[in-house]
Design a protein around this ligand. Structure first.
Ligand SMILES: Cc1cc2nc3c(=O)[nH]c(=O)nc-3n(C[C@H](O)[C@H](O)[C@H](O)COP(=O)(O)O)c2cc1C
Length: 402
């Protein structure tokens, strides 16, 4: 999670766009940030503090004198990495520019020594008003970063400049100010995740113990680093990650179709799904009943999605996974060569902390040039970041060689 360990104060002021601060909060939270919300009195007329309290899982602050601790305008700044005012009203911008400190948020800003981002939202005439523009210039001169409002339909029904910048644009600016990498911006990545289910009859299926956690962690990490992510997933118990394109593909056949359909758009394919190798050849159309004797089910090989794509020799970077019980490195190298992969992430599922359902993994990453990187036990979130680093290094090498 790229904003893990980052402490952000989100100031919300009294604009009609205040509801968008809810989406901004969710995006920051889902990237791992610790977000404290502060509201002006006017902002509370638009959205209730309760909404922010529940979504941030923290107290919401707005009263300079109503807090139990003595100096909230100072204590809230402790450990803070960045302050984001979104949306910022014309009134609040002018207050900031004049150094007025007549409520909690404006008082706190005068003491702040961390980066401050201001995302204005207002009617276009208000935005064009020379006093507001003067205020904006003063803020810029003092090092405050203005996230320019967009043009479009305004709350008044008129078209013009003044709409709050998009949540993605604001998120990107936050990352930039915190020096967080957005090295996947502009890239399309397909990630497959979870187990496949191969039907035996209308109620039963053959599957495996994959939880999908590794693939979902990669999808989230790639999204946070700016990629457009297409997550093609078998059935899991995990919540659909926000802001990724989600395609449900319960069977190997459906997963293959979805991957091939989207492959032309993608420059990176990461196949973290645990795809079945075999499926019942003729699933029973009706539920199988007890017959008093043993039952044999004839199985056929499923399509090998990675091998098929590897043979096409596309420019897409191909990453496979190998869950092994023995000879981990040898088996992984064989799979990498056979399927013409660029990178393979192998793990010994018999090791404690390295199995299917766990939040952690103990992996070995091998690339097409044969370099072997043995990694210690780590959270799948951290492994996801390392895999993406390795993918980007390969992509850079490819670009340098063309
Ligand atoms: C329905 C409604 C919508 C408003 N929307 C905006 C807005 O988008 N931008 C703005 O600058 N002011 C807007 N205002 C005016 C502000 O709420 C007003 O200037 C207020 O004093 C701002 O207080 P604050 O800056 O302390 O939050 C709106 C007022 C109303 C009643």
């Amino acid at each position: 999670m790229i904003l893990a360990d980052k402490k952000i104060l989100l100031g919300v002021t009294g604009s009609i766009a205040a509801y968008k601060a809810i989406l901004i909060l969710r995006q920051l939270k889902s990237a791992g940030a610790d977000v404290t919300v502060m509201m002006t009195a006017s902002a509370k007329r638009f959205v209730t503090p309760l909404t922010f309290k529940v979504l941030s899982n923290k107290e919401v602050y707005s009263d300079l004198f109503g807090q139990e601790e003595g100096l909230p305008h100072l204590s809230l700044l402790e450990g803070c990495d960045l302050i984001l005012i979104a949306p910022a009203t014309a009134n609040f911008i002018n207050k900031m520019a004049s150094g007025i400190a007549d409520d909690l948020l404006s008082s706190l800003l005068l003491s702040a020594r961390v980066p401050i981002l201001v995302a204005p939202a207002m009617d276009s005439d208000m935005w064009k008003n020379p006093i507001v523009q003067k205020g904006i210039s003063i803020l810029r001169e003092t090092g405050i970063r203005i996230i320019e409002p967009e043009s479009g339909l305004l709350a008044s029904g008129k078209e013009g400049e003044g709409r709050l910048a998009s949540e993605d644009g604001i998120f990107e600016e936050v990352c930039r100010r915190l020096n967080i990498k957005r090295d996947l911006a502009g890239k399309v990545i397909i990630v497959t995740a979870g187990p496949t289910r191969e039907p035996v009859d209308p109620v039963r299926f053959l599957s495996n113990r994959s939880s999908g956690k590794m693939g979902y962690a990669i999808a989230i990490a790639a999204r946070d680093r700016g990629a457009r992510v297409i997550l093609i997933s078998g059935i899991t118990n995990l919540p659909k990650p926000e802001k990724v394109e989600f395609i449900s593909a319960p069977t190997t056949h459906e997963m293959r179709e979805a991957v091939l359909r989207h492959l032309p758009e993608a420059s990176i394919l990461i196949m973290a799904a645990a795809v079945a190798d075999y499926r019942p050849k003729k699933p029973n159309l009706k539920k199988l009943k007890r017959s008093g004797s043993s039952l044999s089910i004839e199985m056929e090989e499923t399509e090998d999605i990675l091998e098929e794509i590897g043979k096409r020799n596309t420019k897409t970077i191909l990453v496979g996974f190998a869950a092994e019980t023995d000879e981990v490195i040898n088996n992984a190298v064989m799979k990498l060569r056979k399927k013409n992969l660029d990178l393979i992430v192998a793990n010994d599922i018999t090791l404690e902390g390295g199995g299917f359902e766990s939040d952690t993994n103990i992996a070995v990453i091998i690339d097409r040039e044969g370099s072997v990187q043995e990694l210690p036990l780590m959270h799948k979130r951290d492994l996801a970041q390392i895999i993406l680093e390795r993918v980007m290094a390969l992509k850079e090498r490819d670009t340098a060689n063309t």
